[in-house]
Design a protein around this ligand. Sequence first.
Ligand SMILES: [Fe+2]
Length: 345
Amino acid sequence: MLFRELNLGKCKTYLIACENSNRAILVDPVREMIDRYLSLLAYCQLRLDDVIDTHTHADHRTATFELKALTGANVIMHRRAPAPGVDIHVDDGETLTVGDLSVKFFHTPGHTPDSMSLYVNGKVLTGDTLLIRGTGRCDFAGGDAGAQYEAITQKIFQLPDETEVFPAHDYRGNTMSTVGDEKKLNPRVAGKTKEAYIDIMNNLGLPLPDKIQEVLQPNQTALDDDRIAFPSLAELNQVRQLSPGDVQTLLSAPTPPLLLDVREPTEYSGELGHIAGSILIPLKELPTRASEIEGHKNRHVVAICRSGVRSTTAAAILTGLGFEQVSNLRGGMVDWNDQKLPVTR
Ligand SMILES: [Fe+2]
């Protein structure tokens, strides 16, 4: 196995390759470094099979979609990843074959709902879940400190103590640790109860990263900034969130809401299906096609997507366009399906 961190900085990208078959994957590639990745792959005569993001990043633009366009590699993310264009959605316990290598995925939510860790040949790539002597912050939308504590202690810390730990970030110049060392020395987790951990994480008082919305929203939607005017964080936070059960109840009321699905057509008719009666206008077309539903400005509109992130953006856009009562289906069609509510394809 060839294993290298390629950015040599605070933000880590890992190359993993099978030297027998020359098959390779990249984990958490960064957009500014695409030329370097392609040069190295060519120099080492490796074929890029897959590009994987351990989660939807808030601090850098992902390179996965451009690498897919340039090389034909598959984009792999957790099934709760919000962006369209992901080729393979994976869930806890699934494996990926790369030549002679087997990569196992662990769902390790908390930093984001779609965070996962990857285990291969005695190494675990922990994304922004477990960092070296630290853990990833849980205060962004969808963050959950309790879930992160469970993921670290019940999944990552169940691996053998000698397992090498490679995080997605390190701000102190560390390059690796081990599960055993983190169990003993990680100040946030070692000897801490779940309640104590939640308390620590809720009181970090970290400032939001610069330009978080300018980075996060394109990563969540796979749209470039100039194709859509994204709402502000304040506008997004004002969107009313409804559970799948709430929406199902509203649908059987005498005046049901208008259901607006903002995914891509392939997703609308794909594995998750859609809710009967919903109208499809993909998010990227919403600013120009909102006039098609203008007659419903006074009606309750519920926006729907894969995991509830793109549709929150859509709901904020519609509110900005003067729609009076717009809500979001929380957790999107992933949660709707998980709750076994009816879908059509
Ligand atoms: Fe992150």
